[in-house]
Design a protein around this ligand. Structure first.
Ligand code: ZN
Ligand code: ZN
Length: 343
């Protein structure tokens, strides 16, 4: 089969690999039907993810059909349509029991797919702990609607959850790229009263305006004066999903005293925390890598029509043209939000 393989910093190619088989009783093999490209893949290709292994098949957000189910998987059978969790977690260790599945201590736990073990930019993928990490797609939900359940929407759901949003809160989400967009969808779901989405890119602002009319869409220059005028002098919850030094600063500046500031963005450099300037603001920072423990809930919300990230999918390529798909996603010209690959 063909698999899009990471070959070291800046290098990747479509290579030939054997079709995987279940190696453990909890493994399943999924025939991939649609797979997305994530910014984290680009971080791997930039050499910014040291634990990424050379030779690994990229891709950690995909949907498909169960081809083979290990002997311990009583609830899954060949032919089931499934979405895959970005984190293959064991469900049994201390961290999994607390829902901190990103920190699962099993060697194949946490974010391993498409990083340390072969992922989904391929015709087939082996999924460890498939009983916890595959979620069935209801018949009326399309592949496109289910595609973002395991990573983007799980990230947004988790970020909104740890943001401790109370009904009616003013929530500021910084960044209206795919992660910020999904986070804002989930913040609305979790009760945000006023939702402000801050984005510097004009195309992304117009995209959010078109697809998410309930949110106030502002530029970074507009965000701070607007939040200072908010009822309590700032946002009750800030979720930073943009990932630049400027957006990090804006996040805590826009927060009201005692607010929760959730850092979802993945930075490629170290940032300063100017504690003297923050003194007395008594902020709570929560930093992270998604805990994809609520994926089944996310799928329920998708099925109920309460979470719809499908508009983000703006281009789809056949697997043979995956190099072109990655190049387009890296350039991200106006008109492109998410790019997917169909084997
Ligand atoms: Zn991702
Ligand atoms: Zn675990």
């Amino acid at each position: 089969m063909k698999a899009y393989t990471y070959l070291g910093r800046g290098k990747s190619a479509l290579t030939e690999k054997p079709v995987p088989h279940a190696m453990h009783p909890r493994d399943a093999v999924v025939k991939v039907t649609l797979s997305s490209i994530c910014t984290s893949d680009l971080h791997i290709l930039h050499g910014a993810v040291p634990r990424a292994e050379r030779g690994v098949t990229l891709g950690h957000e995909f949907v498909g059909v169960v081809e083979e189910a290990g002997s311990a998987l009583s609830a899954l059978k060949k032919g089931d349509r499934v979405a895959v969790n970005v984190e293959t977690y064991c469900g049994e260790c201390y961290f999994c029991h607390h829902g901190w599945v990103n920190n699962c201590t099993h060697p194949a736990g946490g974010w391993a797919l498409g990083c340390r073990i072969d992922g989904g930019q391929s015709e087939y993928a082996r999924i460890p702990f498939a009983d916890t990490n595959l979620v069935r797609i209801p018949a009326h939900v399309s592949d496109e609607a289910a595609l973002f359940a395991g990573d983007l929407l799980s990230t947004g759901y988790w970020a909104a959850k740890i943001g401790e949003i109370h009904a009616g809160d003013t929530v500021l989400v910084i960044g209206a790229g795919p992660t910020g967009y999904c986070t804002a969808l989930c913040a609305r779901l979790r009760g945000a009263g006023r939702l402000v989405l801050c984005e510097k890119d004009a195309f992304r602002r117009s995209f959010a305006n078109k697809h998410f009319p309930e949110a106030e869409i502002v530029s970074p220059e507009e965000a701070l004066p607007l939040m200072k005028k908010a009822a309590r002098g700032g946002a009750d919850v800030v979720i930073e999903a943009a990932g630049t030094p400027e957006s990090f600063r804006l996040a805590w500046e826009c927060a009201r005293p005692n607010a929760v500031v959730v850092i979802v963005a993945m930075y490629e450099e170290a940032l300063a925390l100017p504690l003297p300037e923050m003194y007395g603001k008594n902020l709570v920072f929560k930093t992270g890598g998604v805990d994809g423990c609520d994926m089944a809930r996310v799928m329920e919300h998708i099925a109920a029509g309460e979470l719809d990230a499908a508009p983000l999918l703006t281009r789809t390529f056949p697997l043979a043209d995956i190099g072109e798909a990655y190049a387009l996603f890296a350039r991200r010209p106006d008109g492109v939000m998410k790019v997917a690959v169909r084997p």
